[in-house]
Design a protein around this ligand. Structure first.
Ligand code: PXG
Length: 288
């Protein structure tokens, strides 16, 4: 596998960063997870825009322009002979001192990994996921906005571990008020009386690229959609529920904490949204 690292393509074995990199020492950096479908980098511009936003939020200078980054992403796919895959774009604060001071880091480091993706098994799309609520809470947006896709993912990772301990693949994380923020690596939607509802970023959700695609799909399908505060009770009484993310795409959730949601099977609106999403991934974005 060829990895883009600070301006050069190197073999995987040579793709190394320093133990003094603040991305490693402090989680000081930002990242994106992007999908490649049939030679199309899905919504690459939107991912790069979010990356620029995340970098600006933590006062990290972008090492490349939007165009140069876009070219580097596409070239990473070509170098690895990929037409479908997963792209991880990471910018770290770079090599510095042992202290926190980011201004002592000479320059940010940028790397891009374009790899094959292992998809969720088909049966989860056919039958839906049984998810749980985990004890680990999402960080308060006033402390650290979850809209920043930073290298600090510990609370999501702890949530993921707890999900596994409860035998679930994905889990709902509440915010410190007890409202639903999102899942460990996915946003959440419910369908209630034909309407799509999802928590707002102010409740602790990442502004997912897949999530924003759902808003566009809802418009196309003529489905009402809105952001609202959401509790677990809203999910338990919902007609349908689905999760969205670059990895999971659109995946039905049919049980929460052992309680059946709707009919206990992927619902008709979820299936319509998923079908529309699968059409869009091949056309919305940037050809490599
Ligand atoms: N919330 C969180 C906390 C995420 O990390 C999403 C929502 C969905 O956002 P997008 O933009 O992808 O629709 C994410 C994204 C992985 C992986 O390696 C994780 C994500 C995306 C791709 C792969 O597990 N998280």
């Amino acid at each position: 596998m060829k990895i883009y690292l600070d301006g050069k393509f190197v073999e995987e074995a040579e793709a190394k960063v320093s133990v003094f990199d603040h991305g490693l020492l402090y989680g000081d950096g930002v990242f994106e997870g992007i999908r490649l479908y049939g030679g199309n980098v899905f919504r690459l511009e939107e991912h790069l825009e979010r990356l620029e936003y995340s970098a600006k939020a933590i006062m990290l200078d972008m090492p490349l322009s939007r165009k140069a980054l876009s070219d580097a992403v596409c070239e990473s796919c070509r170098q690895n002979g990929l037409t479908d895959g997963y792209i991880r774009l990471v910018i770290t604060r770079g090599v510095g001192d042992l202290g926190l001071a980011p201004w002592l880091c000479a320059k940010p480091s940028l790397f891009i990994i374009a790899a094959k993706i292992s998809l969720y098994p088909k049966e989860h799309y056919d039958n839906g996921l049984a998810i749980v609520t985990v004890p680990t809470r999402r960080i308060n947006p006033a402390a650290l906005p979850p809209t920043i896709k930073s290298l600090n993912y510990l609370n999501n990772i702890l949530g993921k571990i707890e999900a596994k301990q409860f035998g679930a693949l994905e889990a709902i994380m509440l915010n410190d008020q007890g409202y639903i923020a999102e899942c460990t690596a996915d946003n959440i939607f419910i369908v209630h009386k034909g309407e799509l509802i999802t928590p707002a970023a102010s409740q602790g959700a990442l502004k997912g690229i897949t999530r924003s695609t759902i808003f566009s799909i809802a418009q196309e399908l003529g489905l009402p959609i809105r952001e609202a505060d959401m509790t677990r009770y809203d999910v338990w009484v919902a007609d349908e529920c689905f999760l969205t993310g670059s990895g999971a795409e659109v995946i039905p959730a049919v049980k929460l904490d052992g309680r059946v949601i709707g009919t206990g099977k992927p619902g008709p609106i979820t299936q319509k949204v998923l079908a529309a999403f699968r059409r869009r991934v091949l056309v919305e974005g940037t050809r490599i």
